[in-house]
Write a protein that binds this ligand. Sequence first.
Ligand code: COA
Ligand code: ZN
Length: 297
Amino acid sequence: MDKVIVNDVGPRDGLQNDPTETTPEQRVDLINLLVDAGVRSIEAASFVSPKAVPKMAQADKVFSLLDQSRCEFSALVPNMKGYELAKSAGARSIGVVLSATDTMNRKNINMSLDQATGVCIDVIKAASIDHVTPRAYIAVAVECPYEGSVDADDIHALTTRMFDAGAAEVIIADTIGAANPLQVKSLFTRLVSAFGARALSAHFHDTRAMALANAWQAMECGIRKLDASIGGLGGCPFAPGASGNLATEDLVLMLNQAGFDTGIDIVKLMQAVKFAEKIVHHPVGGKVRPYLEKNLA
Ligand code: COA
Ligand code: ZN
């Protein structure tokens, strides 16, 4: 069976933007339920300024409570300080964030595109030396909420910079969920032919209900690692219009039903959806939740 890695970003991309504050212990309980369901790759936290993103405070506590033998956990880091904090907390994999446009970098991390590119390269190089797996997000890869459509040439060039610096993986992110499947086909066909599919992954938001179609399209281009967020939690506080991520349960049901090996038990995954709902105090869940609750759980 063809393997697909589902990377759950709910504990980071999901909870960073939720109106409800969660404790590090609650975030770890959610992560452990995901691991129990078979998820083997999780973005557990971000080492960012607590003033910029208060919901991600105490990322070090999160890492201190994780059993890293069970799963590949990564941490998002916006700068060298974040990297150093993540390394000290024991993170073995990190993700830098490079937005494709100047304005988005300024809004998100208070750096120009050039500065952000330089910082990402420095962090990737430092992580490589420390044997911490360096990953790089290319955010707003199709459309930016401030600058509009993004040219595929720019994505190609930034992806090249990240791989040249030593990134083990580049995650192409449709941060505001504006992409349609034809755009995904065109962008991923180009990137896969330039860099190969193995080190690329895809991150979609479901703002316009096209995330699942986009994920399938990326798979058609050869991608076998996809981000998703439990319960469809998510959004970026600095990208207006970014609503929830592709829900992990929607993606996993599609992949399992289509015969791919995700290693994830959909019934157990629903325990994580229910727990996410309990800690954020509002309804969550992908489109498949009613079906799953009626037929499987
Ligand atoms: N983690 C924790 N604190 C950090 C930090 C990090 N990675 N980087 C900087 N800081 C602290 C500094 O020590 C300083 O603290 P002080 O006010 O107590 O002295 C303060 O934050 C400001 O530092 P500065 O370097 O001037 O940062 P800034 O104000 O220009 O903000 C970022 C830049 C990157 C720290 C901030 O914009 C950020 O954390 N962005 C994250 C955005 C995000 O998570 N987006 C969603 C995911 S893509
Ligand atoms: Zn996202």
